[in-house]
Design a protein around this ligand. Structure first.
Ligand code: PEP
Ligand code: MG
Length: 580
């Protein structure tokens, strides 16, 4: 028995025969070339890039026919990487200055990219290297003529392990045979992980060296909940996994039965439970888990890993895919929230001493009104297709929201002048995630149609705790009395102005916090698709009245530890009462 541990990237437990495939590493050698061959090698490189582009275009058409448009976002990303001029200019430079063959030069370019990406702090961005690797491997294959090992189709119940699995590969697998995937690289936010979750395929990623071991054909257990991979499990551990699997599937099965049930409390109060998404692939999964549409669509992904901003048409087409995926439910689109830990190419943020307090989110958008209006027009245009709300991130005061709204009005006029339809009453919201916005919540509430609290940032800025600093994770406390007071103030301000109070930070998806958020009076909670049914289950067992008392009770305590203890005791009391 050999146990490995990786990143739990897509939930579920599966047992099958391990099938190791090695598709992504093309064997290429580097060798010196005479100066007269330089132009031949650069031409080979350019041709291989062209051929790869046509190959991806064909793949896109083929997958659109078999799987629909919904999951094709990643191919666009790959086409964009291929279109990046620097790929060709840097590699050509290496051919010229290093006097080496095109394959060798391209490998060196990839190596440079790897080094650059490995220094990026944000895990989502760091993992984008896997898209670059997939694209470069395709170009290398095109140059060497080496054919990728085909994905196994009918080999019984297998678990595929590979150094990397591209989203395109994932869409081509036969779900009846392939029970789970394991990859050597990647993490929770890689496109492959997002797609695996959308396809409900258990996945463990970042299992170093899994493909170098000689385990092909051996029995394997993959635990996408804990990140464990066990090859040749002994009887006892197999039985343990089997029990966990049965329990997980039983709970999922029971939870899925609740999809059609309304998200109401025992005393009949309806709370909207919505999904947080980053790419259109996730829309279907939100609906499958009973989400009432999307409460937070983070649009940053569309702007990342590219030398220039997406134009209005490109944005419109992606927003349309998202809207179609969740129609007829409503879609809340957040405008660009780049900066801080989500860097855009070409933005020189390395010079910022405090990126979390730097040029980010609405500040970037307001500094580039023309680009911002492109996004606003694209959002407005999709609002003609179904219910869409627009939401501005990191608003700190009235000037910002007024400027953003003025630009929205200009975007409306641009469209009206061209006779392009849009929802002229589109609902406008602000994210409340900066303490200044909490202090000014009553004033901000008069300017907008809804609030959405970004607790991830609000906690960070309220407690001055970097949200991504693992050393401080103990101090990152959602139930800190200062946070609770802020939340109460936000809801009171929203309701005072008769607008809904929504919350879309990670806190929304944690069942323990549900009674508090419900009791504070939140009208809508938006979370990862996988949390919706669990939160709904608790919601359906609470009364608003009891939750309000519980929330109120929290304010009697002055430390987080006391609040946590109080909440746990209240929940234990409830469970005990329900058993009595
Ligand atoms: C938040 O800050 O809580 C939020 C939802 O936004 P993000 O995590 O994208 O900053
Ligand atoms: Mg935020």
């Amino acid at each position: 028995m050999r146990t490995f541990s990786g990143i739990a990237a897509s939930p579920g437990i599966a047992m099958g025969k391990l099938r190791i495939i090695d598709r992504n590493r093309v064997a290429v050698s580097e060798y010196p070339i005479p100066s007269e061959s330089v132009s031949h090698e650069t031409a080979r490189l350019a041709k291989a890039i062209d051929d790869t582009r046509s190959e991806l275009d064909q793949l896109k058409t083929r997958l659109a026919e078999s799987n629909g448009e919904e999951h094709l976002f990643f191919i666009e990303t790959h086409l964009m990487i291929l279109a990046d001029e620097r790929l060709i200019t840097e590699t050509t430079d290496i051919i010229r200055t290093g006097m080496i063959n095109a394959e060798g030069a391209l490998r060196r370019t990839l190596h440079r990219y790897r080094e650059t990406f490995s220094n990026i702090e944000d895990p989502y961005l760091r993992e984008r290297i896997s898209d670059v690797e997939t694209v470069i491997e395709r170009v290398l294959r095109s140059m060497t003529g080496e054919v990728a090992e085909p994905f196994p189709q009918n080999e019984g119940q297998i678990v595929i392990a590979a150094h990397d699995i591209s989203p395109a590969d994932l869409l081509q697998i036969n779900r009846r045979n392939v029970l789970a995937i394991i990859t050597g690289i990647g993490g929770r936010t890689s496109h492959t992980a997002i797609l695996a979750r959308a396809l409900e395929l258990p996945a463990v990623m970042g299992v170093d060296g899994i493909t170098n071991l000689l385990f092909d054909g051996h029995p394997v257990v993959v635990d996408g909940l804990s990140g464990a991979v066990v090859v040749d499990p002994d009887k006892e551990s197999f039985q343990n996994f089997l029990r966990r699997k049965q329990h997980y599937e039983y709970v999922e099965y029971e939870l899925l039965k609740t999809v059609p049930l309304p998200s109401v409390t025992l005393d009949g109060h309806l709370i909207q439970l919505r999904g947080n998404v980053e790419i259109p692939e996730e829309g279907g999964s939100v609906l499958a888990h009973g989400g009432d549409g999307v409460g937070l669509y983070r649009t940053e992904m569309l702007f990342m890993n590219r030398p220039s901003m997406p134009d209005e048409e490109e944005q419109l087409s992606v927003y349309r895919s998202m809207q179609k995926a969740i129609a007829p439910h409503s879609l809340t689109i957040r405008t660009l929230d780049a900066g801080g830990d989500k860097l855009l190419e070409g933005m020189d943020q390395t010079s910022e001493a405090n990126p979390a307090l730097g040029v980010r989110a609405i500040r970037i958008s307001l500094s580039m009104p023309d680009e911002f209006k492109k996004q606003l027009r694209a959002i407005l245009r999709v609002s003609a297709d179904g219910p869409v709300r627009v939401m501005f991130p990191m608003i700190s005061g009235l000037e910002e929201i007024r400027k953003a709204k003025a630009l929205l009005e200009e975007a409306k006029s641009d469209l009206a002048a061209c006779g392009i339809p849009y929802d002229s009453n589109i609902k406008v919201g602000v994210m409340i995630e900066i303490p200044a916005a909490v202090t000014l919540a009553d004033l901000l509430a008069r300017e907008v149609d809804f609030f959405s609290v970004g607790t991830n940032d609000l906690i960070q800025y309220t407690l001055a705790i970097d949200r991504s600093n693992e050393q401080l994770s103990e101090m990152y406390q959602p139930l800190h009395p200062a946070v609770l007071r802020s939340l109460r103030r936000i809801v009171q301000a929203a309701h005072g102005a008769r607008i809904p109070a929504c919350l879309c930070g990670e806190m929304a998806g944690e069942p323990l916090y549900l009674p508090v958020l419900l009791g504070l009076g939140f009208d809508e909670l938006s979370m990862g698709a996988g949390s919706i049914l669990r939160v709904k289950q608790i919601l359906r067992r609470c009364t608003l009245e009891r939750a309000s008392r519980m929330a109120e009770g929290c304010f009697a305590f002055s430390t987080t530890a006391e609040v946590v203890m109080y909440l746990k005791s209240q929940i234990t009391l409830d469970v005990a009462e329900s058993i009595d």
